[in-house]
Each structure stands twice: as C-alpha cells, then as structure tokens.
Design a protein around this ligand. Sequence first.
Ligand SMILES: CC(C)[C@H](NC(=O)[C@H](C)N)C(=O)O
Length: 653
Amino acid sequence: MLVYLTAECCGYPISIFFIVVNEFCERFSYYGMRAVLVLYFRYFLLWDDDLATSIYHAFVALCYLTPILGAIIADSWLGKFKTIIYLSIVYAIGQVTMAISTIHDITDANRDGTPDNFTFHIALSMLGLILIALGTGGIKPCVAAFGGDQFQEHQSRQLNTFFSVFYLCINAGSLLSTLITPVLRAQECGIHTQQQCYPLAFGVPAVLMVISLVVFIAGSGMYVKTDPEGNIMWSVCKCIGFAIKNRFRHRSSSYPKREHWMDWANEKYDKLLIAQIKMVLKVLFLYIPLPMFWTLFDQKVSICHFSGLLGGLPDQMQTVNPILILTLVPIMDRLIFPLIQKCGLNFSPLKRMTVGMLFAAMAFVSAALVQIEIDKTLPNFPSSSESQLKVVNTYSTTLNVTISPNEHLLIESFGVQLHTSKHTYSTISCMFVNGYTADLNITNLDSIEPSATTNYTLVNQGKRDFVLRHGEQWCEFSRKFGFGASYTFLIPSTVFSDDCESITEVEDMKPNSVHMALQIPQYFLITTGEVMFSVTGLQFSYSQAPKNMKSVLQAGWLCTNAVGNIIVLIVAELGKLPKQWAEYLLFASLLVAVSIIFSIMAYFYTYIDPAEIEAQVRKEQGLEPEEMEKETLEMEEKDEDQKNEQGVKQTKI
Ligand SMILES: CC(C)[C@H](NC(=O)[C@H](C)N)C(=O)O
C-alpha cells in the first residue's frame, strides 16, 4: 500500500494551495472570456442577437459536456496530474487563438476600422472556442478530484472545507474577471484604427490561463499523484455489458434472483469492480432530476429585470452572483450549518441539495411577483390580433385624422396620438422627429432629414444633454431619463429661434416605478440555493465515488449542468408563454416537483464510505491491496483472451 507523507500547514496539505490558486486563475480566464463573448459576437462579428445567444449557450453546454472526456482520459489513461497539464495547454492555446481572432487589424486592409474578412475571424474564434471548451471542461472534473486526493483519511473535516474554499476561488476568479474584462473591452486600441479593445479583453484571460498552468506545474513536487488502474472505463463498460447479457441469458424464473442486476457480472468480473460500479451507478441515478436546477440557475440573468437600477454595466451585472457567493459560503459553513447541527437536526448533503432546489424555486416565485408589479406599470401592448399606430402631427394646427372605417383621432399641433386597433396598421415609432426645414445633426446620432425620424436610440439613465446643429446654428437641451422609459422628441421648425425651448417631449412608455429593492430577494434566494446545492453536490460527488472513479463522478455531476444548459436552449427555441410571470411560475413549479422526486430518491439512498467498502471486499477476497491491483490487471489480460469464448465461465467466487 502506498503511503504519502505530505507537507501540511494548519492541518491542510500545502499542495492544495497550488490547486486553489490554479482554479482561481482558470476561472478568471473562463469567466473573463465569457463576460465579453456575446458582445464580441454582436459588435465585432456583427451577428444578430439570436445567433449570438444560441452560439453562446451551445458553447457553455459544450464546456460542461467535455468533462466526460477529461474524466475518461484521467481515470483510464494519463492520471489526473498529466491530464490537467496537457488539457491546460490546449486551453491556453484556445484562449490565445480567441484573442488573436479579435484583432481587427489582421484583415482590415482598407483601414476603415472593420475587418474585411469575417470568415477568417469567425473560423479562428470558433477554433479557439472549441479548444477552450475541450480544455476547461476536460480539466474541470480532474482539478476538483485531484484536490480531494491530496487529503489523507484523517483529514475529512479539512476536505469539506477544501471544497468550500475551492468554490470561493471559483467565484473570486469569476467576480474579478467579470468586473475587469468589460472595462478592458471599453478601451480603444488598434494599429491602423482605434477600436473597442477586444484583443485586450480576451488577451488578459489568455495570460491568466498561462499563469494557472505555471502555478499548477510549480506545485508538482508536492502532489499526491495516483496512477490510473488500467483502462478502468473500458473495464466498467465491459462489466456492465456482461451483466446485462448474462441477466438476459438467465431470464427464466428457474434461476434465483440476485440482489442487484450488476451481480449478474459476478461470474466473470472482480467483486471489487462490481462494487465500485454499483457505487457510481447509484449516484448517477440520483443525479437524473438535477439538471432542472441548472435550467433555472442558468436563466438567472434574465430574471434580474432592470440591471441599470443597480447602477452597473449590463455585462457587469453577472458580478452580483459571485459577490453573494463569497459572502454566503462562509456564513453557511461557519454559522448556519453548525447551528442547524447544534439544534440536533440531521441536515445531510442530500437534504441540503433538496432545500437548495426549493430556494431556487422561491427565487423564481419572487421574480414572478416582481414581474407582475412591473407589468402593472407597462402600457397595454397590442395582442397578436392588434397593432399599434403612432401619428405625429408636425403641422401648425390641430388635425383630424380618420382611420378606416370610421375611427377618429384628434391630434394637436406637434402632438402624438397612440392608437391601438384590432386591424393591422403599420407602427410608426421614433425618438426624434425632425420638423425643421433642413437636415439636423443631433449629438451621437446621424443627421436627420426634414420630416424624418430617428430610430429609438438607447440612452443611459439620468440627465442627458443633446446638441442640435444645422450649419452654424445650434442649440442645446437636456432631459432626465427614467429607467425603462421611452420618449419621442418633436423638433419644430422654430427650434433655433427659441433656443431649443419649443422641443416637445412625449412619454411613450413610463419609467419603471418598481423599487429596485424588490429584486434583492430573488438574487439572495437563488444564490443561497446555489450554495446549498452546488457546493454540497461537489463534495458529495467526491465523497461517494470509489478511489479510481473520482473524476468520472465529478464529470457526471458537471453533466447535470450541461443538460440544464441544453434545456435552456430548447426552451428558448420552443418559444415563451405570453406572460413572463407565468413562465417564471411554471419553472418554479417544475423545480418544486423535481425536488419532491429527488427527496424521495434521496430517502432511499444510503451514504457510503467507498474506502471502507473497497477494504471490506478486499478482506472478503482475502487480498492485500497491492495483490488486488495485480489481480485486476491480470483479469484485464485474461478478459482479452476470453473474447471468443462462449457461455459463462467462473473465474472468481
Ligand atoms: C458552474 C459552477 C456552478 C461554478 N459556477 C459558479 O460558482 C458561479 C460563478 N457562481 C463553476 O464551476 O464555474
């Protein structure tokens, strides 16, 4: 048996310092890149909103599917240490490729500030994203499991704390990068022309990934490294296949039943392997309902209705989640869970996860209530059988307009009338209407021809100044904008003679009157849910996995996240309910239903100590651990020779 003597500090192996720093840098790299990815698609590649969000979600889903690949490589071939190093190199190359793809000057031959060959940039960025997904997903199950491997049996308390600290590092990395990369993107840079600095916004995450790799390699001498015991995944698949085949062969009722269907592999496969497969399958079965949590979790951005009220850039709104995590994880670990334990309640991991799901469901109920309040402040939008018509009178007196067959609108001079009808009319909407007799230039807008309108232009909340110009003439006016409102400004022909005084403001949509504090509960609830569900799930997946399949079970856990993301994509494609609040309630009800199912499954789950079970099986077989490993390898070789044999052969009792 191998005994590792590891250097310790305050009861913790020193090697985990390198692992948590590595995780911090890697998550900085990942979330930093993600924070500006949709903006890059929209404003650099000029994709429409739908395409940009679909590719984004597909990328995120891929990042949580590739862990299976990483886990197989680690547990069956290279071991966790080498897998982390090789896939981190792939990851870093992906980040660098991505950063290069954002340099507009590479293809900007005519130097007009926009790339001339979009195909080149798209191809390069897609290659970068595939490499990143392979790297980040591939190392993810290995890093958490490798961290867990550093602890000895007597350090179980420290092991649990490690997973909490690991989660804190994930969120610290996410927080910093989500704050920093949007700021980097907002800088201007370039060789021929100055543009938004995407190369810097993607370049810094690339540098962080290289640092992450260097830090990990630096700790090399201190790690506990366990080599894979042969091609374990292949053995697992063959063992399961044999159990199914053998069960089918003995389907007649004359054969005695066996306790577990995997016991039908007893004739050919080692008892230890069968016991290990049973442990893994039991946990994977338990994970079936879990993607529903991630489906709600991944939609959390959309339940945070009016980010502007919290005073940040929209892409920096994602920081609220990690900030709350950094606060709530220590509170839960140090205060809430010990308090619950002191009250004599058994708040087991699976109970925590169920409660976490219920918290997420409550977040969506809270979002639905806020949405109902917001809806009350919104104007009546036309239904599918209606349309809205806006008529602007730039004539000098009141006008009488008749809309067929005999509906009348009375519009005052320089007034606007919004009219909803059961017929189909074209909607006319605008931000500025130019009633001046010549072209006008308005700050930050293109010039408007006489009697023409601009499109709705997004402006920031608060007081804004506008300057109107025509040749030498100009005037200035300012207005205060409430969040969520929309206005039309009517510019009369006398605009310069009265110094912008006669500009009429029409409020098309009222500003939001729902107080921002109403959003706090939903942020708080979903993040409390995440701490209970996600941190516990991470620990649970490690603690319930047999020694040789730790990464596999971590990958299974991450897969629940991937499936959740895929459900988000499907839901987005299927369309939405007409009322947003109804959709939130539907999701909340689904999660409550799923958490009930999960709690029933959890009730029948018996917590195990994999090491104890493995030792027990070995004892039953009268084998010492090293002999056992030798035996497994021999079994593998024997198995190859038996390929063509028919029937069942007793190799072990
Ligand atoms: C996807 C995981 C739940 C985890 N994410 C977070 O912790 C977020 C930032 N709160 C991760 O591993 O990135």
